[in-house]
Design a protein around this ligand. Structure first.
Ligand code: ARG
Length: 457
């Protein structure tokens, strides 16, 4: 580490420089500039010859960037200045006309909206990948029964597939949240100028069409000052990461020796340097951990923006690192989960044993008594007593003798032994319930929904 001096800071005034990260916007910036130059040419604001020279020059810039030959310069601050200066070096005078009727303020908002639009599409694709993996594992273990939990206490038997489909639904809403964000992001700010509009006869609609925007912004001040499309992306990503983190936590629990429900494929676990028996679910843990930085980016930008007067302020440059990091984190996390779930092995036998735990069948025992005309409150008390008796004898209710049952209530008969985990799940035969028939229908419906989304994409 070099020694810190105030002189050092002043000499290398990198504080305001963003090109190190915003160069990532180059494809959008170049497309935006090409559309702008063409429109200026059509409108006679610049000559067609200059417009042609600019478009050709920008193609050259793109090639240089893609080939790693572009001479990025920190002293030019951001990617927009870098590209414009380089364009000038490549084509000379006409380059000076590109920035006619434009400001970096509407330029950067345009490029960022285009980034968000692509980020939305890619997030949705990655989400569908996780949905497909979840549906796949559900379909492969369609009859497996497991304990459903409340308060992380065994509560009622459910189908493993039902549990997986719960995540399918969460991720499905996430896809819709991203769609919603993408719809509002897809509005063209270019033509707003620095803040007040521009004194040239632009054809903004043409530019919008050329760049694939649905519409043009309706207020120039809003268009350059606002970043809520970034915030909406970050919020949708934070929600998706939250859902993924819950799945990650369950993966950590289920792969533990205590649960033993799940075993992850070799490539999704790591060993310990000192404990040879370990199969650590590091991907799941890191996904759970990375959720924090995504929330951080959301909180960071909300806080950055809260006191800004209209319109553009340089603070807004702080939107970039957060959205890039969030996008990268989100995609990597979703891809890891898709892979992890495709190869995970389910231990149906372990789940079954856990689901037969007597405390899980308590509600069904009470319902059994209710069916024999015992009031529910009374039935609840009788079953509590039976659970205590079974616990004292270190056994399950199902192991108690018929006389032990009858000692608590004469309503018990031999058919009490038909109260099993599968019977319990099968009885939950309402729409949205865990009865195998309902879950089979839900899986088929989910498959169809996923296929329809894929066809739309
Ligand atoms: N790099 C800047 C940003 O991301 C571009 C806009 C700069 N505009 C200005 N007037 N300084 O916000």
């Amino acid at each position: 580490m070099t020694e810190y001096t105030t002189h050092h800071f002043q000499a290398a005034s990198t504080y305001t420089v963003s090109v190190g990260y915003d160069k990532r916007l180059y494809p959008y910036d170049i497309d935006g500039s090409m559309a702008h130059a063409r429109m200026l040419g059509h409108q006679g604001i610049i000559s067609q010859a200059d417009a042609g020279a600019i478009v050709g020059g920008l193609e050259g810039v793109r090639r240089e960037i893609e080939e790693g030959l572009f001479p990025w310069r920190d002293d030019l601050e951001d990617l927009h200045m870098n590209i414009e200066v380089r364009l000038h070096e490549l084509i000379g005078a006409p380059a000076g006309r590109l920035h006619t009727a434009r400001s970096r303020n509407d330029q950067v908002a345009t490029a960022t909206r285009m980034f968000v639009r692509d980020a939305v599409a890619n997030a949705q694709t990655a989400l569908r990948g996780v949905q497909d993996a979840l549906l796949g594992i559900a379909e492969r273990h369609k009859d497996a029964v497991m304990p459903g939990y409340t308060h992380l206490q065994r509560a009622q038997p459910v189908l493993f597939a039902h549990h997986m489909l719960a995540y399918f639904e969460m991720f499905d809403r996430d896809i819709e949240r991203f769609a919603d964000c993408g719809r509002r992001a897809n509005v063209l700010p270019l033509g707003s100028g620095a803040l007040a509009g521009v004194p040239y006869p632009l054809d903004r609609e043409w530019v919008a069409k050329e760049l694939g925007f649905d519409s043009i912004s309706t207020n120039s001040m809003d268009a350059v000052a606002d970043r809520d499309y970034v915030l909406e992306f970050l919020a949708a990503a934070a929600t998706t990461m939250m859902h993924t983190s819950r799945l990650a936590e369950e993966t950590v629990l289920w792969t533990s020796q205590e649960f033993g429900f799940l075993r992850l494929g070799r490539e999704w676990v790591t060993g310990s340097s000192i404990m040879p028996q370990k199969r650590n679910p590091d991907f799941a843990e890191i996904a759970r951990g990375k959720t924090g930085r995504v929330y951080g980016s959301l909180m960071g930008l909300l806080t950055t923006m809260k006191g800004l007067p209209l319109t553009y302020n340089r603070d807004l440059q702080e939107d970039k690192e957060g959205i890039f990091d969030t996008y990268d984190t989100l995609i990597a996390t979703l891809e890891a989960f898709a892979g992890m779930m495709q190869t995970a092995e389910v231990n149906e036998a372990r789940m079954q044993v856990a689901a037969e735990d007597s405390s899980l069948l308590a509600t069904d025992m009470a319902d059994y008594l209710v069916a024999k005309d015992i009031p529910f409150r009374e039935a609840h008390g009788i079953v509590s007593t039976l659970i205590d008796i079974a616990a004292d004898r270190k056994t399950t209710i199902a192991e108690l003798s018929i006389s032990e049952f009858k000692a608590q209530s004469l309503a018990f008969e031999e058919d009490v032994y038909e109260v099993t985990a599968l019977a319990s799940a099968t009885a939950r035969d309402v729409p949205g319930g865990t009865a195998p028939k309902r879950v089979a229908e839900a899986m088929a419906e989910a498959r169809a929904r996923l296929a329809a989304r894929e066809a739309q994409a």
